[in-house]
Design a protein around this ligand. Sequence first.
Ligand SMILES: [Zn+2]
Length: 255
Amino acid sequence: MGQRVSVAARRSLHAFVDWLTPPKCLLCRKDVQGDASLCLSCWQGLHFIDEPVCDALGTPFAYDEGEGALSPAAIAEPPPWNKARGAVAFDHTSRQIVHLFKYRDTQEAGLAMARMMAGAGRRLLADCDLIVPVPLYRFRLWRRRFNQAALLAQHLSRHAAKPYAHDVLERRQATRSQVGLSADERQKNVRSAFAVRPEMRPRIEGKSLLLVDDVRTTGATLSACASTLKAAGAARVDVLSFALVLEPARLHIDL
Ligand SMILES: [Zn+2]
């Protein structure tokens, strides 16, 4: 009885504290309405990537080129995955959200990111059999305390009622941090850095997988993961990221 009272008391205390501290914008901490994670002006600072997009790269088209249309970049250099989508362009505002999530463990940021990804990737989510996050090397996992891609995959799994497995892929060696590397160096850095755990092979053979990451820059990491999954028997691999770097060559990227 005493315990029940204290649970009830704690609940009403929580409700009271919620009432005292209305929800705040993730980025600027201004009050927001309802369960919105961003205020209107921060929301408007995001550049959402809407259809029509290149089916293979998820990059925006100026005009609707029809279902499944590919950009010149995707035709010139087809990626090892099938389809890709991203929710927003990687810019000042989306970078702040990623940083909150990645380096300050703000779970609210992860939820907001996953919600936007579920919108941009709804068809990919509907078509997949299993959601697979890009893995972190163990040391980095420990240092940052969690794998942000795995958390995004978990949120997406709940949202779309699709299974996810966080341990399909593993990193074979400590890859150097990608910060400050050229596209070529990034490619070398991640090549053959991934492997499918032998016990997970039966779960991916002949299956449609959705590979999840927070930011797609050059796509070197996702390429390496997608090739590894296909080599291990996956029938198809689609890619869903929160943010896309649309012009890698022209941006100074500090992940
Ligand atoms: Zn705001």
